[in-house]
Design a protein around this ligand. Structure first.
Ligand code: DQA
Length: 146
């Protein structure tokens, strides 16, 4: 299987961005963690970050036929983007929603996710380790659903 790990706005700043909320791990560290987890589970992965809503949508569209499933940390677009939600609905690929922080324990405006209703499931609150959990969850899902 091939999986796409898509990261949204401001996640390029991980490591220096609010480390008390998001931890000390950089996105580069997270990419390495994902590469190791994917290799251990015998799947290939692409790891992408963009600060631009339309670019994220383009990556979702381009995933059709190239990837079997997606892990999406949409950052703040999670809480605002009907366009991202529609893109996820349109591509017919299983998607795991991911957040480093526990969005349900934070400000009220982070409690609602436009991604959750179109995702297989959501993982949040486990920091960088959540990426490995999301890969396991997605690969497990792909194993039972094709
Ligand atoms: C985040 C949570 C979002 O609310 C926030 O806007 C982010 C990061 C997370 O990984 O915890 O940018 O998606």
């Amino acid at each position: 299987h091939a999986i796409l790990i898509l990261n949204g706005p401001n996640l390029n700043l991980l490591g220096t961005r609010q480390p008390e909320v998001y931890g000390p791990t950089t996105l580069q560290d997270i990419e390495a963690l994902c590469a190791a987890k994917a290799a251990a589970l015998n799947v290939t992965m692409d790891f992408v970050q963009s600060n631009h809503e339309g670019v994220l949508i383009d990556h979702l569209h381009a995933a059709r036929g190239r990837f079997d499933g997606i892990i999406l940390n949409a950052g703040a677009y999670t809480h605002s983007s009907i366009a991202l939600m529609d893109a996820v609905s349109s591509i017919m690929l299983p998607l795991v929603e991911l957040h480093l922080s526990n969005i349900h324990a934070r400000e009220a405006f982070r409690h609602h996710s436009y991604i959750a209703p179109v995702a297989v499931g959501q993982i949040c609150g486990f920091g960088a380790a959540g990426y490995a959990l999301a890969i396991e969850a997605l690969v497990g899902y792909l194993g039972t659903h094709g």
